[in-house]
Design a protein around this ligand. Structure first.
Ligand code: NAI
Length: 291
C-alpha cells in the first residue's frame, strides 16, 4: 500500500505532482533545497485550490483536506518514511545520482525511488543505487494536475514488483499510464523534440515569426498552444536541456538538433512564464502578451 509520498524538488513539476498525490489521499512531503521554491509552491497551491473552490469543482473541506495532506520540508531526511519518492529536480544526471544515493541510505528497503526525468536514462540513474531494482521512471506532463497521461519507464534493472506497484499507484491517482522503454525522450518527448525543433528552424530561416507559427498551428492543427507558447510554458531552460540531452543520447542524430535561438533564450534568462519573459511576456496574473 503506497500512502506516504516524498517529492524531491518543489518547482513546476514537483509541486504539481504533490497536488495530484495529495488529492488522491496520500500523505505528501515536498522537499526542496531552496526554501523560496517551497514558499512559492505553497502559495501556488493555495491559489489553485481557491480557484477550484470558486468554480465549484471542490468544496472548502476538500480544499483543506488536500492542503493538509502536503507538508513542506527542509531536509531530504524528512522523506525517510516514504513508500514512494518521486524526484523532480534539475535535469542533471550527476546531481540526481547524488540525491538518489543519499535518499537510499535512510529510506526503507521497500521504498520505490522514481525519477520524473524527461530525457535522462533511467538505467543510469538506477545504477547509482545499491538496489537498482527499486528505481523506475514516472514521467508526468506539465501541468501535472491537468495532464492525464503519465509515462512509466522501467529500466533494465527495474523489478516487476516495482513496475507493477508504480503503475497501479499512478492509475489510482486518476492518471492514464503509458509504459515506455527506457530510450531518450520515451514516447511523447521523442515526438515533441522535432515539433519544437522544426518550428525553431522555420523561425530562424525567416519563413515566419513565432506569433504566426503559433497561430497557424493553433488554427489549423487544433493545438491548444503553439510550439513557442508551449516552450515558454515548459520553461526555455528546461526545454533546451532536454533537447540537448536527447540529441546527445541519439548519437547526435540531426533530427533532434537544438537551435541557437533556444540556447540564447535560456542563457538570457528568458525562461518563459516562470521568469515573466520568453518568446512572449507574462504579467503577475500570468496573462500573456506579445513582447
Ligand atoms: P524547476 O526548475 O521548475 O524545479 C526544480 C526544483 O528543484 C527547483 O525548485 C530547485 O530549487 C529544486 N532543486 C534543485 N536541486 C535540488 C536538490 N538537489 N534537492 C532538492 N531540490 C532541488 O524544474 P521542473 O520544470 O519542475 O523540472 C524538474 C524535473 O522534471 C526535470 O527533470 C525535468 O526534466 C522534468 N520534467 C519537466 C517538465 C516541464 O514541463 N517543466 C515536464 C516533465 C518532466
Amino acid at each position: 500500500m503506497i500512502k506516504n509520498i516524498g517529492i524531491i524538488g518543489g518547482g513546476t513539476m514537483g509541486s504539481g505532482i504533490a497536488q495530484v498525490a495529495a488529492a488522491a489521499g496520500c500523505s505528501v512531503k515536498l522537499f526542496d533545497t531552496n526554501s523560496e521554491a517551497l514558499g512559492k509552491a505553497k502559495a501556488s497551491l493555495e491559489k489553485i485550490m481557491n480557484r477550484l473552490v470558486e468554480k465549484g469543482r471542490i468544496d472548502a473541506s476538500e480544499k483543506s483536506r488536500i492542503e493538509e495532506n502536503i507538508q513542506y520540508v527542509n531536509t531530504l531526511k524528512d522523506l525517510a518514511d516514504s513508500d514512494l519518492t518521486i524526484e523532480a529536480i534539475i535535469e542533471n544526471l550527476e546531481i540526481k545520482k547524488k540525491v538518489f544515493q543519499e535518499l537510499e541510505s535512510f529510506v526503507s528497503e521497500k521504498c520505490i525511488i522514481a525519477s520524473n526525468t524527461s530525457s535522462l536514462s533511467i538505467a543510469s540513474i538506477a545504477a547509482s543505487l545499491k538496489d537498482p531494482s527499486r528505481c523506475v521512471g514516472i514521467h508526468f506532463f506539465n501541468p501535472a494536475p491537468l495532464m492525464k497521461l503519465v509515462e512509466v519507464i522501467p529500466a533494465i534493472q527495474t523489478s516487476k514488483a516495482t513496475l507493477k506497484t508504480s503503475e497501479e499507484t499512478i492509475k489510482n491517482w486518476g492518471k492514464v499510464v503509458a509504459i515506455a522503454k527506457d530510450t531518450p525522450g520515451f514516447i511523447v518527448n521523442r515526438v515533441a523534440r522535432p515539433f519544437y525543433g522544426e518550428s525553431l528552424r522555420i523561425y530562424e530561416e525567416g519563413i515566419a515569426d513565432f506569433i504566426t507559427i503559433d497561430s497557424a498551428l493553433k488554427t489549423k492543427g487544433g493545438f491548444r498552444m503553439g510550439p513557442f507558447e508551449l516552450m515558454d510554458f515548459i520553461g526555455n531552460d528546461v526545454n533546451y536541456t532536454v533537447t540537448e540531452t536527447v540529441f546527445e543520447a541519439f548519437y547526435y542524430d540531426p533530427r533532434y538538433k537544438p537551435a541557437f535561438t533556444q540556447k540564447r533564450f535560456a542563457e538570457a534568462g528568458y525562461l518563459g512564464r516562470k521568469s515573466g519573459k520568453g518568446y512572449y511576456e507574462y504579467d503577475e496574473s500570468g496573462q500573456m502578451s506579445v513582447r
